[in-house]
Design a protein around this ligand. Structure first.
Ligand SMILES: [Zn+2]
Length: 171
């Protein structure tokens, strides 16, 4: 009749912890059955505890083995998965950086009225310096289209030739 009894996780846990005691503290199955009977208010027999412990040990050892194998495989798979993206992530980063550098100025250049820096400045762009005379890099320039043979756009050309500009001398 005890074999039909449903072992709750608490009962199983108690049996495990009692069976785990070794040496001087080892508890006999008779004592275990007695303690569990008191604890749970259900009659536990020595044989029921032995049978359960036997089944637990069998199942436990099998589970642990397969579980460890699976876990080891999972860990290895995860480690491989983690190891793989690192070079993959690193490669596009290294590739995009030099690619993005020339593309970005070209994209920025198309925005009309947007100042450009020295690296974007072409001979056909207005090189009228923007910002205060002692501004720190990156120095920005007007960047508007110039007329042929002129270094400034029409507006800046006029300004450069009509009023004395201290910045003009440096260019
Ligand atoms: Zn200009």
């Amino acid at each position: 009749m005890m074999t039909k009894m449903d072992w709750t996780p608490e009962m199983t846990q108690m049996l495990r912890s009692l069976r785990a005691k070794r040496g001087v503290n080892a508890i006999s199955f008779t004592d275990i059955a007695e303690r569990m009977t008191q604890r749970f208010g259900v009659p536990f027999t020595k044989n029921a505890c032995i049978g359960k412990a036997f089944r637990l040990r069998l199942r436990k050892s099998r589970r642990v083995k397969s579980g460890r194998k699976k876990k080891a495989e999972q860990i290895q798979a995860r480690a491989e998965a983690l190891a793989t993206p690192v070079p993959i992530e690193a490669v596009p980063e290294a590739e995009t950086t030099p690619v993005a550098a020339p593309i970005q100025p070209l994209l920025r250049r198309r925005i009309k009225g947007q100042p450009i820096d020295i690296y974007q400045l072409r001979y056909i762009d207005c090189r009228w310096p923007l910002g205060p005379p002692l501004a720190k890099p990156p120095f920005m320039y007007c960047g508007c289209p110039t007329e042929p043979g002129k270094v400034y756009c029409p507006a800046h050309h006029e300004r450069a030739h009509s009023t004395p500009q201290p910045r003009k001398a440096t260019l």
